[in-house]
Write a protein of this length. Structure first.
Lengths: 938, 311, 218
């Protein structure tokens, strides 16, 4: 369905779905439901449902959609034969990329066991900057990782949020917050959705949020409105940074040889400059008071500054006037905003009488609340400067002292995690060996160049070039570059690409037209450059037309699912929470859940975790796997009803009745944290110990906020040639040095260098319509009536200046492509931006819509204006954040003009009609009048 | 509004039938009072048949307007509140009365004058009901006009008299001339009343505004009606024609519905030309179909404030 | 006398359309159903919906308000659609003020739709009868449902609790209190239809000191 994972109740009448409503006992949505959830009947009964495995007909061209039904036996035989051969020779030639990622614990395990590094979910083209920027700073992030405590906040600032992310919980929380009289400010180029009900809308130019955030940091520091005590104790603001030019640790915190390291991965022997003693002391020494400003010299003559002093110097030039020029937000507004944040955090602070002990042994009688909360998502993340922007936000939140404090930002288990988390991917292509699982999971959290995944020559080891010098912190991979790289056979050719629920031949690609061409491209011998493409989806997406093998997935009503603590749970602020889905209707046709496909394949391929020593299968099916597979003894996919009798939480041996017990308990399990463990968890000694016991954490190390990023400095030192070991290639050296700044800074997105700003004066972005989940709902008869086609929203002044009429046909052009679409005037968009709803336009015939449906005639994709790669003087680079590989969706620059009077009143570009695939509904009904349980019609 | 042809034919056909009956009854009553020479019974029998035929055609057309015509009989139920219900009663009563009146003439029964008086009352009641169906919808300010009833009565009467002219020319030649005079006078009066109603409607200021529709102040523009597919609300209440088409229709109905037939009937009557007077009636009917289309289309429904724009 | 109604809080509606499809979903298999969709997968689909969420822009950049505006039958206390109905299919219930259509009596003449200034009625293109919001009359009295579920589907669904359901003639109901305390207003008061459904206006919490103030509707 979607990724918000609300609890639903499905009511049947005579075996047909009568209605679906929200489960009032479910912690995520508390009984409410969204437009998509309430339209589940039409998803279930869509004529676009795939119902049989399909194979490309012999001799048929890819993309023509000429497929024939085959049995599952044949499908599995094809896969088994092919994958076994790849695994026995060169496992990296199998790539598994998934769009939907509620099952990464399984898909990641499958890839690791297979032995391929070429695995990721869709995070790289979604919001990896939001995850990485925050996790590399505070050990947690928004959405399933954490969020704003709107129950206690007084001021809520939302920046660049897609309207479907964390949709129902956020809608519930914002409305309660507003009713309670809280003040809600939205910073966004566009006023739709949540922003519509903001008390103040601050329009901003896309891609400039970092400048605004830096100016806010500047103002908070200049007006002394930051939380000094919080910074000194809970962040690395007071850590003394080695500024000796000749030092190998230049720009890194001085490590005190006299103190114990405690945790080798996360050394604890930092130094503070003690205010009272006027000398360096061990950080967090009892009674010590860290100085966070000034310049000092250590006894050995090393010049040092506290990290905060370096931040203060870094943002010295980031005045509101400077930011006003960049962002379009008036300097006075920025000043007022900073004052409002700082004053609210300080003057409306409160204490909760909850005693807790910090990890340095100090007991606290209460928890301080600072009622300023933030939420942000793709508007910040989907720019090639997003990582530093998101870091700026995390640092702003830290300056206000709002991290894991009531009224501010609160973590959700298993977060907070270490900064960065200790899990690492393999750091050398030598780890990829025939018939051998990877020694480490394919994705991890690099802490230095030593953690990159490179071959001996320093070249990328992954097909998407993640964890290479091009995208060092690509913690979610770069799904958007997979097809281009595989087609170019750079860094190497692959054999089989398996895609689950990602519409790469359409809206999931930054360059759909190119992708469609590349998927069909053949080498000199007439072989496809990407030899074998397997697509698993529940519906006839544009991508299925290009598949060599189509695997029909079940819907969410037809299968078992887990929202596991090992993956993306539904945890609440108050404690770890996970959930399951159980099937309520039988699978349609021969549909098989993708999880079952993986468990079956893993058994056939004899992947060690899935078979006994004698080679026999360990798991009957996916539900059996979920119950019985253990990541470590006592820990598995689900935290509830563990132990032989089902009386254990979090930890305990597998319980054969676990599914039943979940089903009998609203499909949810919640482990409430002890009150003293609920806040300040980065440094809460009691919580951290408990979290280690419960398997949520590996170590109980304090998670000190990195306002100054040591990881970034490690990379910068390498680029500067000051660090022994791996060095970036020359063409990337300057970039690494620039972008891996340990302190936040703002730079124009990479696209700016490749585009003439005079010729292309506007930014073009998309918003997510709340009634659609990406492209997956156009086949839904009810939802599509809300959005059969889309318009480009343009500020009326800008449109009139180009003689573009409201509702008229127009062209929108970037250096990479052009689209003909209809204009819609809007006063709710800043003049430098044009926008449209995402993924409404469809290829003719796709999603089993009639070829003349509005989606294909009038609707359009903005993607045709975007590019996945940018030309630079040293070659083509990914159009992604140079730190994380996050796709720079929102960086594209465009110009607009009216369509000529004689032009066709239809969208451009248009594509060949996709035939309907076998197994989808043969004839489209001219009408439907759904009535569940026909036998009971009154 | 979107003019429905069923409604256009219903109202124009029964209007003509009613007008024709008035003309016939005027001939009978006028003869009784000595104003006109008495006409042959055949004139009244054929005329009454024509009235009933027109009304029946109108009734038939009305069934095409209904979603569930098989239940049309139910429509008589709410005569206490609904003008439509009253029309549903008045129309058959009128048809029955005219049938009886015509039968009386055919069979030479006495009391046809009294029967005719009853039919006349039914005829006038039917005019009121039909007109009030439109005039009674206060939200449609172009319909809820003091001119709607006079327009329906005069236009119906004019078209009926216009039909009476060829009928008289064929069956009661001495009456052709007075009928033509009546048709001309009524057409002129109808034209005047219609122009007055057009003038009045030009000055109508919509009571509902975007501000009152959503209860907010300031500049308001709809950006989305909530769907990009169609709906009953976007189809039933918009005529879909361009302003130019609307102007053309207005010009044509003023000419074809009034001016041209007026001239034709006057010349035709003077020249004793059956063809010309028959042509006058035919042209006028066509013009009045356009007039009714325009009448229906011109009304602007406040619900349209909610269905302006999709995006 | 009871008058059931919805009070819709424009201050929190984010325009998610949850009420739109949850209404469709409940009613298509309920007493008001089925609700037909024509050309559901083709060009220009037309479906019967009882409830729509519309979007308006108020003011000019940068002082623009984007207003999401849910609209369904307002269950007028003086419903103009009822007296015009020739068959009595349209009626207002004495016991709770709900305006309903009896599909067995409706002849599909559309006169009631003409007589509704709010565009709240839709002719079902398949059943050829007029349909409209029933306030989920087949939910709210259904004793087989748990008490907490006896509310209109749209109210149950609404993630922002922007829809308050209750008796506006009971001064102590949540709906009446909301109308009284938060300046609830009726649509198109100029027609004196006395809609039972009310709307709560936008309110703006100003900066420093954070005191709520009404942005004065109408």
């Amino acid at each position: 369905m979607c990724a918000c994972r609300c609890g639903i109740r499905v009511h049947l009448r005579d075996g047909e779905v009568r209605y679906i409503d929200g489960n009032p006992e479910h912690p995520v949505n508390k009984g409410v439901i969204c437009a998509k959830g309430a339209s589940g009947i039409m998803k279930q009964n869509s004529p676009a449902r795939l119902t049989q495995p399909l194979k490309r007909k012999a001799g048929a061209e890819r993309g023509a959609g000429e497929l024939e039904p085959i049995s599952w036996d044949e499908a599995f035989a094809i896969l088994e034969e092919r994958l076994a051969r790849i695994r026995a020779t060169d496992p990296k030639k199998f790539a598994l990329f998934t769009g939907r990622d509620q099952m990464q614990a399984l898909t990641g395990l499958f890839a690791r066991q297979f032995g391929t590094p070429n695995y990721a979910a869709h995070g790289g083209f979604c919001s990896v900057n939001m995850a990485a920027g925050m996790i590399y700073t505070i050990g947690g992030s928004f959405w399933e990782f954490g969020g704003p405590d709107l129950e206690r906040a007084k001021l809520f600032v939302m920046i660049g949020t897609a309207e479907d992310h964390h949709s129902n919980p956020l809608k519930i929380a914002i409305s309660k917050f507003k009713r309670a009289g809280g003040r809600f400010i939205s910073i966004n180029p566009i006023r739709t959705g949540y922003s519509a009900i903001a008390d103040e809308w601050i329009p901003i130019r896309p891609g400039t949020d970092g400048a605004l955030l830096l100016a806010l940091i500047h103002e908070l520091i200049a007006t002394d409105l930051y939380d000094r005590e919080f910074l000194a104790r809970y962040t690395n603001a007071g850590f003394l940074i080695d500024l000796a030019e000749a030092s190998a640790r230049h720009g890194l915190p001085v490590l005190d040889a006299a103190s114990p390291t405690v945790y080798p991965l996360y050394p604890q022997n930092h130094l503070w400059w003690d205010r009272a003693l006027g000398k360096a002391v061990a950080s967090h020494a009892p009674g010590a008071q860290a100085e966070i400003v000034g310049a000092y010299t250590l006894a050995d003559g090393t010049p040092v500054k506290p990290a905060f002093e370096l931040l203060r110097e870094q943002v010295r030039g980031n005045t509101p006037e400077w930011a006003a020029e960049v962002t379009g937000v008036a300097a006075a507004t920025i000043r007022r905003l900073a004052r409002e944040m700082g004053a609210t955090a300080r003057e409306q602070a409160f204490e909760l009488p909850i005693a807790w002990t910090d990890c340095w042994g100090v007991e606290h009688e209460s928890v301080t609340g600072r009622p300023v909360a933030f939420h942000a998502m793709r508007g910040l993340a989907a720019h090639s400067n997003g990582f530093q922007t998101v870091r700026s936000l995390a640092i702003l939140m830290s300056l206000l002292g709002t991290i894991d404090r009531p009224g501010g930002f609160l973590h959700k288990a298993p977060y907070p995690r270490s900064i960065p988390p200790s899990s690492k991917a393999p750091n050398s292509t030598a780890a990829v060996k025939p018939n051998t699982p990877l020694a480490a999971p394919p994705l991890g959290w690099p802490a230095s160049p030593d953690d990159l995944f490179l071959d001996e020559a320093g070249n990328p080891g992954r097909i998407d070039k993640g964890f290479s010098w091009e995208s060092p912190l690509a913690v979610h991979g770069l799904m958007h570059n997979v097809i281009t790289n595989a087609w170019r056979q750079n860094p190497y050719p692959i054999d089989t690409l398996m895609i689950f629920m990602a519409n790469m031949a359409w809206n999931s690609a930054m360059n759909p037209s190119d992708v469609r061409r590349m998927l069909n491209d053949k080498d000199a011998e007439g072989e496809y450059k990407i030899p074998f493409l397997v697509v698993c989806d529940a519906f006839q997406s544009e991508t299925t037309a290009f598949a060599d093998l189509v695997l029909p997935d079940t819907t969410y009503l037809e299968r078992h699912d887990v929202m596991s603590l090992l993956d993306r749970p539904i945890s609440e602020f108050e404690g770890p929470t996970d959930a399951v889905r159980v099937p309520v209707v039988p699978p349609t046709g021969e549909c098989k859940p993708f999880q079952e496909v993986l468990v079956e394949l893993a058994g056939r391929l004899k992947l060690p975790e899935f078979v006994h020593a004698d080679g026999s299968r360990k798991f009957r099916d996916y539900p059996d796997f979920v119950v019985n597979w253990e990541s470590a003894p006592g820990f598995g996919f689900l935290s509830g009803w563990r132990g032989a009798n089902g009386d254990r939480s979090m930890k305990g041996e597998p319980n054969p009745r676990q599914w039943e017990m979940y089903a009998a308990n609203n499909c949810v399990h919640h482990t409430p944290l002890a009150p003293g463990h609920r806040y300040m968890r980065n440094w809460n000694g009691g919580y951290l110990k408990w979290a280690v016991e419960m398997g949520l954490r590996k170590l109980d190390n304090p998670l000190v906020i990195q306002i100054y990023s040591e990881v970034m400095q490690e990379f910068r030192l390498a680029a500067q040639g000051r660090r022994p070991g791996r060095q970036p290639p020359e063409r990337l050296r300057a970039g690494i040095e620039r972008y891996f700044d340990p302190l936040p800074f703002h730079y124009a997105p990479l696209e700016a260098a490749a585009t003439d700003p005079e010729a292309y004066p506007l930014a073009a972005v998309t918003q997510r319509p709340m009634a659609m989940y990406h492209s997956w709902d156009s086949q839904n008869a009810w939802l599509r009536q809300i959005h059969t086609h889309n318009y480009l929203f343009v500020n009326p002044g800008v449109a009139r200046a180009q003689s573009i009429a409201d509702g008229g046909w127009m062209w929108v052009e970037s250096p990479w492509g052009k689209v003909r679409c209809m204009a819609r005037y809007s006063e709710a968009v800043e003049p430098g931006t044009v926008w449209t709803w995402n993924a409404i336009g469809k290829a003719p015939g796709a999603w089993r819509l009639a070829p003349d449906a509005e989606e294909a005639r009038l609707g359009f994709l903005l993607n045709h204006l975007i590019t996945d790669e940018l030309p630079t003087p040293t070659g083509r680079i990914s159009n992604s954040d140079p730190v994380t590989g996050q796709a720079g969706w929102y960086d594209v620059r465009v110009r607009i003009r009216p369509a000529d009077a004689g032009e066709a009143a239809e969208t451009s570009p248009r594509f060949d009609e996709m035939p309907h695939l076998p197994g989808t509904r043969r004839k489209l009904p001219s009408w439907i009048a759904y009535f569940a349980g026909e036998g009971k019609r009154p | 509004m979107r003019p429905a042809y069923s409604v256009i034919f219903l109202t124009t056909l029964i209007g003509a039938g009613q007008g024709l009956f008035i003309a016939l009854y005027a001939a009978q009553a006028g003869a009784a009072l000595g104003f006109f020479p008495p006409a042959a019974q055949r004139f009244f029998v054929v005329g009454a048949s024509a009235c009933v035929a027109l009304a029946s055609l109108g009734l038939l057309a009305s069934f095409f307007h209904l979603g569930r015509p098989e239940r049309a009989w139910r429509a008589a139920a709410m005569w206490r509140t609904s003008w439509l219900s009253r029309e549903v009663i008045a129309l058959p009563v009128f048809m029955a009365a005219v049938t009886a009146w015509g039968t009386a003439h055919d069979r030479g029964w006495g009391g046809s004058l009294a029967l005719g008086a009853f039919a006349l009352a039914a005829c006038l009641a039917l005019f009121v009901c039909t007109a009030m169906i439109y005039a009674g919808v206060k939200f449609l300010q172009e319909w809820a006009s003091p001119w709607t009833l006079p327009n329906f009565v005069l236009i119906g009467s004019a078209s009926g008299f216009m039909l009476a002219v060829p009928l008289a020319a064929a069956l009661a030649p001495p009456l052709a001339s007075p009928a033509a005079a009546g048709a001309a006078a009524l057409t002129l009066a109808a034209l005047a009343a219609r122009i007055a109603s057009l003038r009045r409607n030009e000055r109508v200021r919509a009571k509902s505004t975007p501000q009152s529709a959503i209860g907010m102040r300031g500049r308001i523009e709809q950006k989305s009606q909530g769907f990009t597919g169609g709906s009953f609300n976007t189809r039933e209440f918009f005529h879909g024609a361009s302003p130019a088409t609307l102007r053309a229709v207005r010009r044509s109905f003023l000419l074809l519905g009034f001016v041209v037939p007026l001239v034709l009937v006057l010349i035709g009557a003077r020249a004793d030309s059956f063809i010309l007077v028959a042509l006058a009636a035919a042209v006028q009917y066509a013009g009045l179909v356009a007039e009714r289309w325009y009448f229906l289309a011109q009304a602007s429904h406040p619900q349209n404030l909610y269905y302006q724009c999709s995006s | 006398m009871t008058q059931l109604a919805l009070v819709i809080d424009l201050n929190v509606c984010v325009g998610c359309h949850a009420c739109v499809t949850s209404c469709k979903e409940w009613n298509t298999s309920g007493i008001a159903g089925p609700l037909a969709d024509l050309m559901p997968y083709g060009s220009d689909p037309v479906g019967t919906f009882f409830n729509r969420v519309q979007t308006f822009e108020v003011g000019q950049f940068p002082d623009t308000q984007t207003v999401h505006f849910p609209k369904s039958c307002l269950h007028c206390e003086d419903p103009p659609c009822v007296p015009v109905c020739p068959t009595g299919a349209s009626y207002k219930r004495a016991e709770d003020g709900i305006v309903l259509v009896d599909y067995d009596k409706c002849i599909g003449c559309k006169y009631c739709a003409w007589a509704c200034p709010y565009g709240a009625r839709e002719l079902d293109e398949k059943q050829k009868v007029m349909k409209k919001c029933t306030l989920c009359v087949d939910r709210i009295y259904d004793t087989e449902l748990p008490e907490s579920d006896r509310k209109p589907a749209c109210v149950m669904a609404c993630p922002t609790s922007a829809r308050i359901f209750g008796d506006i003639h009971d001064p102590d109901s949540e709906a009446s209190k909301a109308i009284r305390e938060r300046d609830g207003y009726a649509l198109m008061p100029e027609w004196k239809t006395r809609p039972a459904n009310h709307y709560l206006p936008r309110r703006t919490t100003e900066c420093d000191p954070p005191t709520p103030s009404s942005s004065s509707p109408r």
